[in-house]
Design a protein around this ligand. Structure first.
Ligand SMILES: Cc1cc2nc3c(=O)[nH]c(=O)nc-3n(C[C@H](O)[C@H](O)[C@H](O)COP(=O)(O)OP(=O)(O)OC[C@H]3O[C@@H](n4cnc5c(N)ncnc54)[C@H](O)[C@@H]3O)c2cc1C
Length: 475
């Protein structure tokens, strides 16, 4: 056991946890260091972005990558998927035209067809030709009046047409197979799997404070929060998966790169509804008063609202850069924004009410929604200088060291795949990996799944959210 190739993964967010899980399917020894008390507890996540249709500004290439990576993630993390459609609309006050969305949706449909043709196990959004549907104004009126003679997936869409103010939207509008994903279920699942891997050590509440590179090895200094002493350990390979703090970890080895950091928040509201709702997107120009609005449904009338307007989900001084030239990794004005946010309950209530008002422009009855507690918030990091980049995975800057730089969670599996390929090329791992990109829940019994459901709810409660948020939401 002592001669095994030793890998340190620093950071137990989605990226580090997936990488540790995938690496520990090989004959290596993995240590996962996480300074918080549980894994996958970083910035929030609720969209799988299968095709990137929530962002009009993305390149087609980025959207295709998001489609491919999200399908692999959906297969891999099936337990954590919220399988419900997304309705995409363009409000009348926006400059955009719906027809420009059709070109991209067509492209994505073709790509989905190609992916499924190559690997039928990735046909996870149903029939490729039904990847998306369009609805004219007349369709919406007619379908809204119809009864429930359709399957529940479609009737949820038609019932939503009933409550939308159609006069505020441009037509056609679209429904697309972009699903949701649940952070608390991922946390419960990966924690359970990693604890059961004999060759993986999960070091929670442990901060890595220094890394030194030697000829062929690294020494890592870490400190467990309940201990006064620091510990020193040696590794053959180190993976920095520290999310927005990865610049600090890189700097321990004298590595500096350009990165964009953005502080964002989304709010929670309760709103009583008779029928299940799809995800709703109201496109708008980011950072303007009419920035994009997202309404994400959970079980039992809980909704998440994300309004990409300055002052609601995005903030003044909320975006910054870190670079070698500046060596000002996190300017104070930026960090203050983030660190003080959760304590400002009055401001949070005010922002929740503003986001309810924002959505009520398009769904008048949503004005009855009420504040449901602590918001989701965090810092999203984008490598390089392009603020529209949404797919990135891993960078190998020096021998034996990798920095993970995912923007969206679907890239975690790609980052793991690239690291594994690199380790194979370098001869550090030799066996084939039968588990790669398969569903990690596949072998779980019904009893284990039920126990994970309870664990996921407990995690959400511990983190200060309503436990219902951890329930699976399928239509
Ligand atoms: C408001 C908001 C909404 C978002 N919504 C979505 C969404 O719907 N879908 C989506 O795909 N993406 C979404 N994102 C982006 C997504 O949250 C990030 O891509 C993802 O969390 C990044 O994962 P990560 O593992 O790289 O980093 P993190 O989740 O930040 O994990 C890094 C971990 O490293 C640990 N760490 C750092 N330094 C050390 C150290 N020195 N020692 C030990 N541990 C350390 C941290 O405690 C942390 O747990 C959203 C981001 C924000 C801010």
């Amino acid at each position: 056991m002592n001669n095994k190739f030793k890998i340190a993964v620093i950071g137990g967010g989605i990226a580090g946890s997936v990488i540790a899980e995938q690496l520990s399917t090989f004959d290596v020894k993995v240590s996962l260091f996480e300074e918080r008390t549980s894994i996958v507890s970083g910035p929030p996540m609720c969209h799988l972005h299968t095709g990137g249709n929530l962002y009009r500004e993305l390149s087609n290439e980025n959207c295709i990558d998001l489609l491919t990576q999200s399908l692999k993630t959906q297969k891999y993390l099936e337990y954590a998927i919220n399988s419900r459609p997304t309705i995409i609309t363009i409000p009348t006050e926006d400059d955009g035209t719906p027809n420009t969305l059709i070109d991209r949706l067509e492209l994505l449909k073709e790509e989905y067809c190609k992916i499924v043709f190559k690997d039928s196990t990735l046909a996870l959004l149903g029939e490729p030709l039904n990847y998306y549907s369009t609805y004219s104004y007349d369709d919406c009126l007619k379908l809204a009046l119809g009864n429930n003679q359709f399957n529940s997936n479609l009737s949820s869409i038609y019932s939503t047409f009933k409550i939308m103010d159609l006069s505020r939207l441009k037509f056609p509008i679209f429904s697309v197979k972009e699903f949701g994903i649940n952070q608390f279920r991922i946390s419960a699942l990966l924690n359970y799997i990693l604890l059961n891997r004999k060759n993986c050590t999960l070091k929670l509440s442990t901060s890595v404070t220094d890394i030194k590179k030697h000829l062929n090895t690294f020494s890592i200094t870490c400190k467990k929060h309940d201990s006064k002493c620091k510990e020193l350990e040696h590794f053959d390979y180190v993976i920095n998966a520290c999310g927005y703090k990865s610049a600090l970890t890189d700097s321990m080895l004298g590595i500096f790169k350009n990165r964009i950091l953005e502080f964002k928040a989304s709010y929670l509201a309760f709103w009583e509804q008779k029928h299940k709702m799809p995800e709703l997107i109201f496109h708008g120009k980011r950072s303007t008063v009419n920035g994009m609005g997202q309404l994400t449904p959970y079980c039992d009338g809980l909704f998440q609202i994300h309004c990409m307007c300055e002052g609601i989900s995005l903030f003044k001084n909320g975006r910054t850069v870190s670079s070698k030239e500046l060596f000002e990794i996190y300017p104070d004005s930026f960090l203050l924004n983030y660190e003080n946010f959760e304590n400002n309950t009055t401001e949070i209530k005010k922002l929740t009410i503003e986001s309810i008002k924002f959505i009520s422009k398009y769904i008048p009855s949503f004005s009855n929604a009420v504040f449901a507690g602590k918001p989701f918030y965090g810092i999203q990091q984008i490598p390089g200088k392009n603020p529209c980049l949404r797919t990135a995975d891993v960078c190998f800057s020096i021998d034996g060291y990798a920095t993970v730089e995912i923007v969206k969670i679907s890239s975690a599996i790609q980052a793991a795949e690239n690291i594994i390929n690199k380790l194979k090329t370098e001869g550090h791992i030799t066996s084939n990996n039968p588990l790669l990109t398969t569903n990690v829940t596949e072998k779980l019994s019904l009893k284990e799944r039920k126990s994970l459901d309870i664990k996921a709810m407990n995690i959400s409660k511990k983190r200060g959210y309503p436990s219902v948020i951890a329930k699976r939401y399928d239509i």
